[in-house]
Design a binder for this molecule. Structure first.
Ligand code: NAI
Ligand code: MG
Length: 348
């Protein structure tokens, strides 16, 4: 049914491993589940623990039973976790570990114009970020008595090929026209040079899709100057992390930015934002990013296009009616619960 090997999980009654995490993860994920249950009431919800609070209680940020449940369900909804900015013995980022353990090798981050004052007209792009390697393998050490820090950047043919194939077949399936390969092969000829070469090899199998390329610094320039020139961006992990946050600003802000990580028969839906400790517990977080992440899961993984369309229409309608959480417009803003209720009311 789907040409994409990563998207072959058409099941009748899907199970979803739900990890709220820390901070506003505990507020936006219940909101997203409330909306999901309205459009797909057959989905079986499996709540599981992970995050900083879990680490403090149990000495691990990602308990083994959570990983097992994620594997069994083959689909995860992940809120956000708080990670300390200083090294903590035994702590690792559960989302980075989960993506790697489940081999969710491609991270899809769309940025689209939405009817809010913070969003830019004409923007409709998708950043596809390689999700398993690059500088994020975490191989770092110091030399010279701690005065030199060294991090390894790893790019492999295998990982580049699978993310490139997924990107091109996805572009074909959803009717996208252009893919821009973003790298820095002029300076990093062995690592980014390999990424560029392999991505271009894959592009040769898709002559109907326009392929171009940009150095990452030039891509950043154009991302600010004229974001409407981008359709799909295909890029290694670190550049994808940075560029997709820039793109999220044009979409209207972090509170509106969804993402989906895909692998072979596995998907992790995750808002781009973090645990937002500055607003956690106040009931004012914007649940749109989490809700749109659920829509991505429905569309790209469970192939429930109608349900995904319903959610996206309801989100647009709610925003178009001027119902905003405080991150979008601080005057007359409404709470997470009120906003979610409005989206549910607008589901047609
Ligand atoms: P953040 O995304 O949590 O917050 C950045 C700013 O955006 C804050 O002012 C916050 O209030 C606002 N914001 C974010 N999401 C929002 C929403 N849904 N509604 C309204 N406002 C929203 O990033 P920050 O502050 O850099 O990181 C906070 C913590 O989150 C850190 O511990 C960081 O490690 C973690 N983090 C976790 C991620 C994950 O679990 N996937 C991703 C990014 C950060
Ligand atoms: Mg990021």
């Amino acid at each position: 049914m789907c040409p994409d090997p990563a998207m072959n999980s058409v099941v009748t009654s899907p199970e979803l491993c739900v990890i709220e995490g820390d901070g506003i993860g505990r507020e936006v994920i219940p909101a997203a589940i409330e909306v999901l249950m309205k459009v797909a009431p057959d989905v079986v919800i499996r709540p599981m623990p992970a995050g900083w609070a879990v680490f403090q209680e149990r000495g691990t940020s990602l308990p083994e039973e959570t990983i097992q449940m994620a594997r069994d369900c083959k689909a995860v909804l992940f809120g956000a976790v708080s990670s300390p900015a200083y090294p903590v013995e035994g702590y690792f980022s559960p989302i980075v570990r989960l993506r790697r353990t489940l081999r969710a090798f491609a991270n899809l981050r769309p940025a689209q114009h939405l009817p809010v004052p913070t969003s830019r007209e004409g923007v409709d792009m998708l950043v596809v970020r390689e999700n398993t390697e690059d500088l994020y393998i975490g191989h770092e050490h110091t030399e010279n008595d701690g005065q030199t820090g060294i991090a390894e950047k790893v790019i492999t043919r295998d990982a580049t090929e699978r993310v490139s194939r997924l990107t091109y077949s996805l572009a074909q399936r959803i009717g996208r026209k252009k893919i821009t390969i973003v790298h820095k092969a002029n300076v990093l000829s062995q690592s980014d040079g390999l990424f560029r070469r392999v991505a271009l090899e894959v592009s040769a199998f898709y002559p109907e899709i326009i392929t171009d390329e940009l150095y990452v610094d030039t891509a950043a320039y154009w991302m600010v100057k004229d974001p409407s020139r981008f359709d799909i961006i295909l890029t290694p992990n670190l550049y994808g992390d940075i560029l997709s946050d820039m793109a999220a600003a044009w979409g209207g802000g972090l509170g509106l930015a969804p993402s989906l990580s895909l692998g072979d028969g596995i998907a992790i839906a995750e808002p781009v934002h973090g645990s937002a400790p500055d607003i956690a517990g106040k009931g004012i977080a914007n649940p749109t990013a989490a809700i749109l992440s659920v829509a991505m899961l429905l569309r790209h993984y469970w192939s429930r296009i109608e349900a995904a369309d319903r959610i996206e229409r309801a989100v647009r309608q709610t925003l178009a009616e001027g119902d905003y959480t405080a991150d979008i417009y601080s005057q007359d803003s409404i709470s997470t619960a009120q906003f979610t209720a409005q989206i549910c009311a607008n589901l047609v």
